[in-house]
Write a protein that binds this ligand. Structure first.
Ligand code: ADP
Length: 243
C-alpha cells in the first residue's frame, strides 16, 4: 500500500532525524515503529501523513496520494476542544469538510460506540478520565472512516491498567475495521502486544535496524502466552545491539 525508499530528513537546525529509511507497508497490517525517544519515529509518521516532506528519497502510495479523510492521526495528547462535548469533538473533522450535523450525527454516534463511549456524547473533556479522552480522540480519527490510522504514542500518558484496556480495545477495533495501523511507541511491551510486525529503529539518526514478524496470538490473552515473553526478549536483544 505504501513504499518509502531511502527516505532521509535533516532539519534546518542541522538535526538529522532519519537516515536512509526504506519500508513497505501492506494494507491491513498493524505495524509498530519502535525505538528510543528522539530517534525520529514521529518524524517518520509525519512524513507518511504528508505533514512534512523528506529531503531525499521517496514515499509512494500504491493508489495515489491519500484523499482527505483516508488517514486518521492520533497524538499522545487527546488534543480535544475543552469547551466542546465529546460528540462535538468527534464531529469536528466532518464539520471541517462541510457536513451538516443532520448528516454527520449518526456517524459521530457510531464512532463513539466503536470506542466504548456510548452514553458519553454530551460529556465535556474535563468530565472524562484520561483514558476516555483518548477514546474520544480515537473516535475523532475514526469518524472519517480512514483506511490508515497513524498513532503517535497515544497511550504513553495513561496508567498501566487503562493502557492495557485501551490496547486490547484497539486490537478489537483493528480486527473489526480492517484498516492499517502504524503505531509509534517507545515501549517494547506495547509493540510486542499490539503489532503483527515490529520495525525497530536505531538511536538518531533513525535507521531501520530490524523488522520482526510477530508470532504472538492477537488478543487479550497474548500477555500470558510464552511467545509474548520470547518476542519481548528478542526485541530487547536487538535494541541492545542497536544502541
Ligand atoms: P521520536 O518520535 O522518536 O521521539 P522525533 O521524530 O520527534 O523523535 O524527533 C527526532 C529528532 O528530530 C529529535 O532530536 C527532535 O528534537 C528533532 N526534531 C523533530 N522535529 C524537529 C523540527 N521541526 N525541527 C528541528 N528538529 C526537530
Amino acid at each position: 500500500m505504501l513504499s518509502l525508499t531511502h527516505v532521509s530528513r535533516r532539519f534546518a537546525n542541522g538535526v538529522e532525524a532519519l537516515a536512509d529509511v526504506s519500508l513497505d507497508i501492506a494494507a491491513g497490517d498493524f505495524v509498530a515503529l519502535l525505538g528510543p525517544s528522539g530517534c525520529g519515529k514521529s518524524t517518520l509518521l509525519r512524513l507518511i501523513a504528508g505533514l512534512d516532506v523528506p529531503d531525499c528519497g521517496s514515499l509512494a502510495w500504491q493508489d495515489g496520494p491519500p484523499r482527505p479523510g483516508m488517514l486518521g492521526y492520533v497524538f499522545q495528547d487527546a488534543t480535544l476542544l475543552p469547551w466542546a462535548s465529546a460528540a462535538e469533538n468527534v464531529f469536528l473533522p466532518l464539520r471541517l469538510r462541510g457536513l451538516a450535523w443532520s448528516e454527520a450525527g449518526p456517524r459521530v454516534a457510531a464512532a463513539l460506540v466503536q470506542v466504548g463511549l456510548d452514553g458519553f456524547a454530551d460529556a465535556r473533556p474535563h468530565e472524562l478520565s484520561g483514558g476516555m479522552r483518548m477514546r474520544v480522540s480515537i473516535a475523532r480519527a475514526l469518524v472519517t472512516r480512514p483506511r490508515v490510522l497513524l498513532m503517535d504514542e497515544p497511550f504513553a500518558a495513561l496508567d498501566e491498567f487503562t493502557r492495557h484496556k485501551l490496547q486490547e480495545d484497539l486490537l478489537s477495533l483493528w480486527r473489526d475495521l480492517g484498516c492499517t495501523i502504524l503505531f509509534v511507541t517507545h515501549s517494547l511491551y506495547e509493540a510486542a502486544f499490539l503489532a503483527r510486525r515490529i520495525v525497530l529503529m536505531s538511536p538518531r539518526p533513525g535507521r531501520i535496524v530490524h523488522d520482526i514478524a510477530s508470532m504472538v496470538p492477537s488478543g487479550a490473552e497474548a500477555r500470558l502466552d510464552p511467545s509474548y515473553a520470547t518476542l519481548v526478549a528478542d526485541i530487547t536483544r536487538h535494541l541492545r545491539n542497536a544502541a
